[in-house]
Write a protein that binds this ligand. Structure first.
Ligand code: TXA
Ligand code: MG
Length: 348
C-alpha cells in the first residue's frame, strides 16, 4: 500500500532549531515504519528504519528498486557505526576521522544489526554519516539508523532538489523534507574496507586523491573500467541516471562537438545540449544547459543531475553532452555520464 498523499515540510537548514517540530513529525513517521525523503550534502535520500525489514521493503517498493541492490545505512554518530559492524579496520578508522561526516560510505562486515534486505543478503554493510544539518537532526530525532538510497525512481538521475523527489515519488512516500538544493550534487564515494587496501566501488564526493592523502594507496574496483566483469557494488550494474531522451557522449575537441551537432541536426532531430560554460558560449541559439566551467569540475558536479532531468522527451529527440577530464571530481562525473549514456562518439 502506498500512502495517498506525501506530506512536505520546508526546512531552512541554516535555522534548523526553528523547525524541530517538523523534524519530530518526520521522525514519528519513520518510527511508524513509513519512508521519508530528506536532503543530505550529496543528493536527497529516501529513508526508512534500517533495523526494520518491513520499513526497508517500502523503500524498494517506492523506488521500484531491484531487491538485490543493497542500501547505505546512515547514522549521526561514529558510535553508531560501531554497532552496525563487527569491527572497524584501521584504514576505515583513518577514513572516518578524515571524512566523516562527509560524502564517504564505508563497506565493512555487518554485525547483523541492519535488516537482511538492507544488505541484500551480503555479509557486509555500507555506512555513512551525512554532513547536512537536516539529515543529522532527523537521524538524532528518530534514534535508529536510516537506510537511504537516493530518492529517485530507480533508473532516473538522483535528486538534488526536493522538487526532483516530488516529481518521482509524490504519492509513493509518506513524507518529504524540503531543505533546498543539495551541495555536492553527486553521491558519496563507496569504499570497500574489507581487504588490505581500500577499494573504491563507486567514485563520488570524496576524490581518490583526498583519500590517498589520508590512508596511502587505494584501488579502483576493476569492474568500474570493464563493463564485462560483474561489479562488486551490486548497484553499479543497473541502468542509472537516465534522462528522458537518449544521451550521447561526444568525446573530442569543441570543433568535433559542433561538427557532430550539425550533422545530427541535419536530419531534423531536436537536440538538447549539456556542456561546460566554455562550449556553451560557442553554441548561440541552441537548447543548451551550461553546467559550469570545465576548469571547475566541482561546479559541473553540482549541476549535472539537474541538467539530466531538465530536457523532456516532448522537446528533444537526443541529448548531446561533452566529456570532461577524469581527474579529481571528474572521475565521479564521467562514471555517471558513462552510465547515463546510450552511445559515445569518439574523435580519436
Ligand atoms: O550520497 C549517497 O551515497 C546517497 C545519499 C542519499 O546518502 N545514497 C546513495 O544510495 O547513493 P544508493 O542506494 O543510490 O547507492 C548505494 C550504492 C549502490 O551502488 C550499492 O550497490 C552500494 O552503494 N552498496 C550498498 N551496500 C553495499 C555493500 N554492502 N557492498 C557493496 N556495495 C554496497
Ligand atoms: Mg541511486
Amino acid at each position: 500500500m502506498m500512502p495517498a498523499e506525501t506530506k512536505v515540510w520546508k526546512i531552512d537548514p541554516m535555522r534548523i532549531e526553528e523547525h524541530q517540530n517538523d523534524i519530530k513529525r518526520a521522525a514519528e513517521l519513520l518510527k511508524q515504519q513509513e519512508v521519508v525523503a530528506f536532503p543530505t550534502e550529496t543528493v536527497y535520500g529516501l529513508g526508512a528504519d534500517a533495523t526494520s525489514e518491513q520499513a526497508v521493503r517500502r523503500i524498494f517498493e517506492a523506488k521500484g528498486r531491484p531487491s538485490d541492490n543493497p542500501l547505505i545505512v546512515h547514522v549521526a554518530q561514529p558510535e553508531q557505526v560501531h554497532q552496525l559492524v563487527t569491527e572497524i579496520p584501521e584504514m576505515a578508522k583513518k577514513l572516518m576521522e578524515a571524512f566523516m561526516p562527509g560524502p564517504l560510505t564505508l563497506v565493512m562486515e555487518s554485525s547483523g544489526a541492519a535488516a537482511q534486505n538492507v544488505t541484500a543478503g551480503l555479509s557486509t554493510v555500507a555506512v555513512r554519516i551525512p554532513d547536512h544539518p537536516v539529515a543529522l537532526s532527523l537521524l538524532e530525532a528518530c534514534e535508529v539508523p536510516l537506510a537511504a538510497p537516493s530518492a529517485n525512481r530507480s533508473g532516473r538521475p538522483s535528486p538534488t532538489t526536493a522538487d526532483h523527489v516530488f516529481q518521482d515519488l509524490n504519492g509513493r512516500i509518506a513524507g518529504l523534507i524540503d531543505g533546498g538544493a543539495t551541495g555536492v550534487g553527486l553521491e558519496s564515494t563507496v569504499v570497500d574496507c574489507t581487504s588490505e587496501i581500500p577499494i573504491i566501488l563507486r567514485p563520488g564526493g570524496i576524490t581518490r586523491q583526498q583519500m590517498e592523502a589520508a590512508v596511502g594507496t587505494t584501488m579502483m574496483d576493476p569492474a568500474l573500467a570493464s563493463q564485462q566483469e560483474a561489479p562488486k557494488s551490486p548497484g553499479m550494474k543497473y541502468t542509472h541516471y537516465a534522462p528522458e531522451a537518449p544521451l550521447w557522449l561526444i568525446d573530442g575537441d569543441d570543433q568535433f562537438f559542433k561538427d557532430q551537432l550539425y550533422t545530427i541536426e541535419q536530419d531534423g532531430s531536436r537536440v538538447g545540449i549539456i556542456a561546460s560554460n566554455e562550449l556553451a558560449g560557442q553554441l548561440p541559439g541552441q537548447r543548451v544547459l551550461a553546467c559550469g566551467s570545465r576548469e571547475n569540475l566541482k561546479e559541473i558536479a553540482v549541476h549535472l543531475y539537474s541538467a539530466l532531468r531538465e530536457f523532456k522527451k516532448a522537446d528533444v529527440d537526443v541529448i548531446l553532452c561533452e566529456t570532461f577530464s577524469e581527474e579529481e571530481y571528474g572521475e565521479a562525473i564521467m562514471n555517471r555520464l558513462q552510465k547515463a549514456a546510450v552511445k559515445k562518439i569518439n574523435q580519436f
